[in-house]
Design a protein around this ligand. Sequence first.
Ligand code: FE2
Length: 571
Amino acid sequence: MWARERIELVAVSRGARPADRYVRGGLLLNVYTGETYPANVAVRGERIAYVGLRDDMVGPRTEIIDAGGRTLVPGYIEPHAHPWNLATPAALARHVLPLGTTAIFGDNLTAYELGGLRGFESAAAALAHGPLRFYWLIRPHGQSPADGESRRFSRPAIRRMLGKPWSAAMGEVTRWPDVLAGRRDLFDRLALASAAGKRIEGHTAGAGPEKLPGLAAAGFSSDHEPISAAEAIERARLGIALMLRQSSLRPDLRALLAPFVKAGGFERVMLTTDGSSPSFIARHGFVDNLVRLAIEEGVPPATAYRMVTLHPASYYGKDADLGGIAPGRYADILLLGDILEPRPAAVIARGRLVARDGQSTVAFPEPPWRRIFTPRSTRLDRTWRLAAEELELGEGTVPVLRLVSAVITQLDERPLRRGDLHAALLDRRGEWITTAGLSGFAPELDGLATTLSTDCQILAAGRRPEAMAQAVNRLLEMKGGLVVVDGRRVAFELPLPLGGLMATGPLLEMARREDELKSLLAARGYAFHDPLFTLYFMAADFLPSVRLTGRGVWDVRRARVVSPSRRRRSR
Ligand SMILES: [Fe+2]
């Protein structure tokens, strides 16, 4: 297969065989040299056969794509995405392909946690046929430590996934304190990446300068977590490749670019949207937006395009396939009206014209989600009901999670005050409950329940336990999503039938529902900018400073249970 494809490419490049497509009249931005010059591109199948001024490979059946007056740049690469945020990866691909992104390196966690090895592999196989190319980052552990984790994330399963052609690296590895503690079981997992010749994607949120050398020594080869220029340059100096982030939760890119603009050292810099929400993508765009911001911040245009093409391709060892317009590479080519406007006039992916003027001209397959996320695999198969009394906190001192930003919390231990909410994390099968107070969220919220949670459980919050219990019970009937109850009236419902995290609607529809939720919560006093991530991360015990977990209310800094979870009997 490989040999035949290459023999054909060689024949086309020599003019001995006709090309399938011929992109004529464009100005090529050469990301390898930084030059711009006129060049035509001949395509055979999915790959580029020839770049230059000859046209002897144009035959009577060669399709001509007119690129007159356009600049040709390689398709954009997103090196670190979580493509499971309300919309499916396929819906995301449909939306961002016309915006110029032709490859996404995505986190496998959601499909793996909720669909198992078989489920994730069948999603990856289905997505592999689409015009946007997905590569996967393989997690070595779950989001939060839980019973049975070493069985769920077994080493044979990880080894198997790392051996697949669609797997690009191991990551993201969020448990950096375990790395510094030299936890052998974790290193035995990281070793699987090394054995497969793959890199290890770090996640070093909050790690100070004294901790970073140990993380670099452990083999973390990239990081996307710096939130300030100082954090970015500290990591870059240690040889850690950077994915500078502009996401809905952390729109930090302008500040992060500053030290690199000053020093000029961009070779190891990439750009990422991380886990941006549908509404943020609908408003700002995707990788195209990153290029625009970089150019605005004074990055030379050729460098800005390299950061989203050649750099990520080279970082993942895929520069023979991706990241440049040259013979042998996949024909993922954007036609820009202007080098300063990264949103393309037309997009060629896998050798075919797939979008024009922002509109997709091809279909993108949706994986068979109902077979991948079953009620059993997503743990939404049991019928149980929650009673309001189970959410009562009593009169005395209780742990209170106080939000100091959209996602960062502080621990208070005191009786509940006016404006505080009740909060609870519940096992999806109703086997345990963790309760606490919550302040700084949305003081006028009666009851909310959702399956949007990084540990795939059920989160409830509100000032009225009856309304919270009603929201949880409605959520269980819906088999996942988000419910808001005012008094006794359901005020908002967002069904997310795919694992409780996604629906199959177009990205713009999910963005509209997200905006509705935002204004509804803002009307009830929510004061931060990203409610989705406030909800997702209430259980994220890799972030400071206190979280709701299956063990109980968890003090992240001191690694201790402040108040334990309670077993409950399903009713
Ligand atoms: Fe991430």
